[in-house]
Design a protein around this ligand. Structure first.
Ligand code: PLP
Length: 313
């Protein structure tokens, strides 16, 4: 079964979905996207797509920022997604990438007087960060883009140059991930993750006004911490050195899941091991995203309407 794409309003084999080399988004970063996970549940032989509706609601907001006219409702976008995943027949975790983009094949930097288009691809994704073992981080020398430059609340392709600069710098310096500060020196987020810390049994995370992407996983963690652990999350600006003295630090993201941060700028976080709150949240989260917790099944969309018979070669 070949991988499929949703492209130009129809499903087609991925290999046939092509864009022209003059496409505006390719030259100017004028696109926005989402990353959605489908989580395979072996006992139920089912793929659970996590918070698809919330991802599409965020995509529509990103589109408003970029003046992209997406002529679909959230429900229609969800349906394209489940149909694409079902058609593709995966029996393992998948990553779904919807992309709304300026599709005109013209030269000229602007957002107006351009055509828009939309596509979805689905693929497998190896572990993004080591959520089991934890990660080592550095504070990036790159600063997070400000709302007055490219709004980080939109998941805009052009912004990811900022993330890529920080990620590569961190990797080349021997770290797993970068922590980006804002222009005012406060902690913003990782290159592709939100950040939380635990101090004196309180959970703290930077607010939306600190140039973060408002993560779906961030919201999931805030709700799980409140409902299941009785821990409220404080949204407040965070100093770099607050992370140095925190008991626990972790990243959240669709790709990164909940990834414990065990070292920052060569300082161990807490005792250098995965903390109690992080562990508890991971346990809850991994059950929830695989459809194993009935209380949170409303966050999961089943990809397969019937039992999966197919096996990908
Ligand atoms: C820059 C950035 N921050 C945070 C996140 C986490 O967002 P979510 O939990 O919705 O995946 C992502 C991932 O999409 C990201 O790219």
């Amino acid at each position: 079964m070949p991988p499929y794409a949703f492209f130009k309003k129809q499903f087609m084999p991925l290999g046939e979905a092509k864009i022209g080399i003059l496409t505006h988004a390719l030259h100017y970063g004028t696109a926005c996207f989402e990353g959605i996970r489908g989580n395979w549940n072996e006992e139920q032989k089912q793929l659970f797509l996590f918070r698809v509706k919330d991802h599409y609601e965020r995509l529509l907001k990103s589109c408003r920022i970029l003046k992209i006219n997406l002529p679909y409702s959230v429900d229609e976008l969800c349906k394209f997604t489940t149909d694409l995943v079902e058609k593709s027949g995966y029996r393992e975790d998948v990553y779904i990438r919807p992309l709304a983009y300026k599709s005109s094949e013209v030269v000229g930097v602007r957002l107006h007087d351009l055509e828009d288009d939309f596509l979805i691809i689905v693929a497998t994704l190896a572990a993004y960060l080591n959520a089991d073992a934890g990660v080592r981080c550095c504070t990036s020398s790159w600063r997070r883009v400000d709302d007055t430059m490219i709004p980080a609340r939109g998941k805009i392709t052009g912004i990811y140059v900022n993330s890529a600069l920080a990620k590569t710098e961190a990797n080349e310096r021997g770290f797993d991930e970068a922590i980006l500060l804002n222009h005012d020196g406060h902690v913003s987020e990782g290159s592709g993750e939100n950040i939380f810390f635990v101090l004196d049994s309180k959970l703290v995370t930077p607010p939306s006004s600190d140039n973060i992407l408002l993560g779906v996983t961030r919201d999931t963690v805030i709700q799980l911490a409140r409902n299941e652990l009785g821990i409220e999350t404080v949204e407040a600006s965070v100093d770099r050195t607050e992370l140095y003295i925190a008991d626990e630090v972790f990243f959240t993201g669709t790709a990164a899941h909940i990834s414990p941060v065990l070292e920052i700028d060569h300082r161990p976080v807490g005792n250098g091991k995965i903390g109690k709150v992080t562990k508890e949240l991971q346990r809850l989260y991994f059950d929830v995203i695989k459809g194993k917790n009935p209380k949170y099944l409303h966050w999961c969309t089943l990809a397969y309407s019937k039992l999966v018979q197919t096996r990908r070669s």
